[in-house]
Design a protein around this ligand. Structure first.
Ligand code: SF4
Ligand code: SF4
Length: 291
């Protein structure tokens, strides 16, 4: 049976995706990979991959009012429970942002001016990489339903892990604590929180940990660019020890990470003997022990 590891952070820019790409190399052949950061997907930039298949993702339903047919009676406006309908120049329009697709307006409209439509909000990709199968997505501008997209990507990855007898599903989680973050950590074996030793990084780490705690997922922590603030790094380590979160180590500030990113590769691909690569390898070995 496969295990699942989600790498997450309270915000973007902590080096989460760099770490995931390096882990892919270290776990080569044993993994299925998911980019769950669907609102700002970028793992595909660091992973050599070939798209084998794509599928449209049909999101939630949204109502549309035909202005030619609308008589402006206001019945739909009165009955919408989500305040999604607005008056405009004697007619009515739907705010896509608020519409929940319940269909009440379509039912009550006396002149059939309303249609509730389901629309494609993005594409799911099934790719192959030198490390394992890779499931990722691209949401169209304004595309909602990121939590549902992550759930679907994870289902595809789970099917692939079973079919190919893989040991691990490696999930590059989204930053923050929104729907996509929730969908990327429910039911996983462990979460690895990548923290940054700054004041905002400290608070972001606490938010990510609270979310994982709420869903009762085992938590490991590492600190990226640890040497930019050794005092705060020590504080994070102590906090983990006191609260029984596994502190797996630190990654130093290292120019080789940026140089590798400029070549669209992970630091382990280009500079395997760099200080950052050695630290990432140690953290990888530690997290595998924890799974
Ligand atoms: S119920 Fe139909 S006709 Fe009346 S305002 Fe709404 S869309 Fe227009
Ligand atoms: S589908 Fe439901 S939520 Fe959307 S506008 Fe119509 S009544 Fe409001």
């Amino acid at each position: 049976m496969y295990k699942q590891l989600t790498i997450m952070s309270g915000k973007g820019g902590t080096g989460k995706t760099t770490l995931t790409a390096s882990f892919c190399r270290l776990a080569q052949g044993r993994i299925v990979i998911v980019d769950a950061d669907v609102d700002a997907a970028n793992l595909h930039i660091l992973l050599e991959h070939k798209i084998e298949k794509s599928e449209e993702f049909i999101g939630g339903a949204i109502a549309y009012i035909d202005p030619e047919q609308c008589t402006g009676c206001g019945e739909c406006f009165q009955r919408c429970q989500f305040d999604a309908i607005r008056a405009l120049n004697g007619k009515y329009i739907v705010s896509e942002r608020e519409c929940e697709g319940c269909g009440v307006c379509e039912l009550v409209c006396p002149v059939d001016a309303v249609t509730v439509k389901k629309e494609s909000v993005g594409k799911l990709f099934h790719s192959i990489t030198p490390y394992g199968r890779f499931f990722h997505a691209q949401l169209y501008p304004g595309g909602e339903s990121s939590g549902q997209v992550v759930t679907l990507l994870r289902e595809r990855a789970e099917d692939a892990a079973v079919a190919e007898h893989k040991e691990l599903i490696l999930i590059d989680g989204p930053p923050g604590i929104g729907c996509a973050a929730v969908a990327s950590l429910t039911g996983v074996t462990k979460v690895l929180v990548v923290a940054e030793p700054t004041v905002s990084g400290w608070h972001d780490m606490l938010r990510a940990i609270s979310l994982a705690d709420f869903f009762r997922v085992g938590i490991c922590v590492c600190v990226n660019r640890a040497d930019i603030n050794p005092e705060l790094t020590s504080q994070i380590e102590q906090f983990c020890r006191e609260n029984q979160y596994q502190f797996l180590g630190t990654i130093p500030q290292d120019d080789s990470v940026i140089k590798a990113q400029l070549k669209a590769q992970s630091v382990l691909d280009v500079y395997p003997d760099s200080p950052a690569s050695r630290a990432i390898e140690n953290i990888f070995n530690a997290v595998i022990q924890e799974l």
